[in-house]
Design a protein around this ligand. Structure first.
Ligand SMILES: [Zn+2]
Ligand SMILES: [Zn+2]
Length: 398
């Protein structure tokens, strides 16, 4: 077994205990005082320079090596989800309507474990490891607040970060297996609402009204054509209208019709094409019939794009630590979103998945992330800690 993996195994009991403590008391959004206190407690006694967030309960901790050199960020997210836990683990959530169902409890615990592990290797480090414990990943863009508060600034006596690495638990993949890929790994998400505004009237006399219903239908179809005719077929894109609302009765022409939809893409230019296209098509189709459309967009996270060289470096490091059969190139991206994308817009780095499937489940059968029955295999956390530590050690040795 690789030395780092062995050392990670030695820390596994403590890390699992921390993970369970965080799991018991899940917190949401940007304000996670209980979780922050647990992190600070776990880091106590380590040779770290610690900065707490001002606007959020983030923790940024710098470990300075024995020599000067580059700086790398290792990220763990700390927030839970607003859903009721439906498992019977002994450390089940004690707070109604909240659950760690995305594995962020494990990310936080692994990162604290990696800080302990890397502190044992402080002599071998040329440069600084910056541990980024962030709140608000689940839709609150906590990473952006941390960037505003100096995440990308130079640590004392060091140079600004030039690389970033994050891990995410993946309940469907074999425990302890790490996967990543060069290029896009996760999608952007944009939601939109189109309000088609006409003039109400009697169903028997449509010429005296301005009916928004057929116009809304036409927009719905035209948007599918927008995808197939304006997006490069080799750039994945999905546009779904998930909700249409209009009218109150069969003999009334309503004044408005509303469409709600979502756009998922992997390339920023495809995203821009579709977001702009929704406005154009909605307004254009409405205008063709003498009606008006208002379009509002809610931008989600951008595409998470791994730096190609850094992703290959992670794969090579992982094969060395975990063995080639436990570190694989991920065959395709996934269409979930991640606010680590914002960090990777500024500095090169990579996000990888860590298989955390419980032993009791066959391949592909474990409850997925965000499920009320989500379970996580704690044995896998040793591999995650070893990866965090191994990537930082190799990067600061180069
Ligand atoms: Zn999530
Ligand atoms: Zn997550």
């Amino acid at each position: 077994m690789h030395e780092l993996l062995e050392q990670a195994h030695a820390l596994l009991d403590d890390v699992a205990r921390l993970r369970r403590a965080i799991h018991r008391e899940p917190e949401l959004g940007l304000d996670l005082p209980l979780t922050q206190a647990k992190v600070l407690d776990a880091l106590q006694g380590l040779p770290l320079e610690i900065h707490r967030g001002q606007r959020t309960t983030s923790v940024m901790a710098d470990l300075r090596g024995s020599q000067s050199g580059r700086t790398i960020i290792l990220r763990g997210d700390m927030d839970a989800l607003p859903l009721q836990e439906d498992t019977d683990v002994p450390f089940k959530s004690t707070i109604d309507g909240r659950m760690h169902a995305c594995g962020h409890d494990a990310h936080t615990a692994m990162l604290a474990g990696a800080a302990r592990l890397l502190a044992q290797h402080q002599q071998a480090l040329s440069g600084t490891v910056r541990f980024m414990f962030q709140p608000g990943e689940e839709g609150y863009a906590g990473a952006v607040v941390m960037m505003d508060e100096g995440l990308l600034d130079a640590p004392s006596g060091g140079s600004p970060p030039t690389a970033a690495y994050a891990l995410h638990a993946a309940p469907r993949w074999a425990p302890g297996t790490v996967l990543t890929r060069p290029g896009p790994v996760l999608a952007s998400t944009d939601n939109f609402t189109i309000v088609v505004r006409g003039r109400g009237g009697h169903a028997s006399a449509p010429h005296m009204a301005a009916d928004p219903v057929p116009v809304a239908c036409e927009i719905g179809m035209a948007l599918q054509t927008l995808v197939t005719r304006s997006v490069n077929v080799f750039s994945p894109a999905v546009l779904t209208i998930g909700k249409i609302q209009a009218g109150t009765a069969s003999n009334i022409i309503p004044e408005i019709a509303t469409l709600d939809g979502t756009i998922r893409t992997l390339a920023p230019e495809t995203r821009a094409t579709l977001v702009e296209g929704v406005h154009r098509v909605a307004r254009g189709v409405s205008a063709a019939h003498g009606l008006e459309a208002e379009v509002t967009n809610t931008a989600g996270y951008p595409v998470t794009v791994n730096d190609a060289d850094f992703a290959r470096f992670v794969l090579a490091t992982g094969r060395e630590i975990l063995g080639a059969e436990h570190c694989l190139e991920q065959p395709s991206p996934q269409l979930a979103g991640e606010d680590f994308a914002y960090v990777l817009e500024h500095i090169p780095g990579a996000m990888s998945s860590l298989g955390t499937r419980p032993f009791a489940y066959a391949e592909g059968e474990a409850p997925n992330a965000h499920s009320n029955r989500y379970l996580l295999n704690e044995e896998a956390l040793a591999a995650g800690m070893a990866m965090y530590a191994g990537v930082a050690l190799a990067y600061l040795k180069e």
